[in-house]
Unconditional design. Structure first.
Length: 202
């Protein structure tokens, strides 16, 4: 059964202890220059405001993380939720335009042109390779046909997390925006440790 983004953002959040029990680490650029972006948008104290909402283990999380950094998988989830609660009134959907704007600003003109030339389908095909570089656990594979793709994630409890699922839908929506495609993305609950995102576009 397809799950729309409106349904996914209203799924109950996991308790803190359940989220922090998720094992493994991810590459730091899943958060990237999150603090710099917040500071530009919400003021000099933005990072401190987010950190004040985080557990002690993340009290000193750096405002800029790169592909050389590694953080617990739950860091991305908790930072995201804290940003939404502190600045967006708890409205997860309000985060999407900010991610789109920050992604566009962070991609150089040459890379953006390359992405547009490659197109949505070819970029989605790169997903499994990128996934292995970012995540320590789980499996990811894709099936791409003309104007349609299924992106399957399996064998990791992370993939059942409501905020993680929303971020996967957002990631494809951001891709559409960057390459100038029009389309929709829905999710499919494939199990407690699995998730499928289904995209169609023109």
């Amino acid at each position: 059964m397809a799950l729309t983004i409106d349904e996914l953002v209203t799924a109950p959040r996991w308790p803190l202890d359940r989220t922090m029990a998720l094992a493994g680490r991810v590459r730091g650029d899943t958060l990237g220059p999150w603090g710099t972006n917040l500071g530009t948008r919400f003021g000099r104290d933005a990072v401190d405001r987010v950190r004040s909402r985080l557990p002690a283990e993340l009290a000193a999380i750096q405002p800029v993380l790169t592909d050389r950094d590694r953080v617990p998988v739950w860091a991305q989830l908790l930072v995201t939720e804290s940003i939404v609660d502190e600045f967006l009134g708890g409205d997860m959907l309000a985060l999407l335009p900010l991610i789109i704007a920050d992604s566009r600003a962070g991609i150089g003109a040459i890379k953006l042109t390359t992405m547009r030339v490659m197109g949505v389908g070819n970029l989605i095909r790169l997903g499994p390779r990128t996934f292995r570089e970012i995540h320590e656990r789980g499996e990811h594979d894709v099936t791409v046909a003309s104007g349609r793709a299924e992106m399957r994630f399996a064998r990791n409890p992370l993939f059942g997390h409501p905020t993680w699922r929303v971020l996967q839908i957002f990631a494809t929506r951001v891709l559409f925006e960057l390459v100038g495609a029009r389309g929709i993305v829905v999710g499919d609950h494939a199990g407690d440790d699995a998730f499928t995102a289904i995209a169609t576009w023109t």
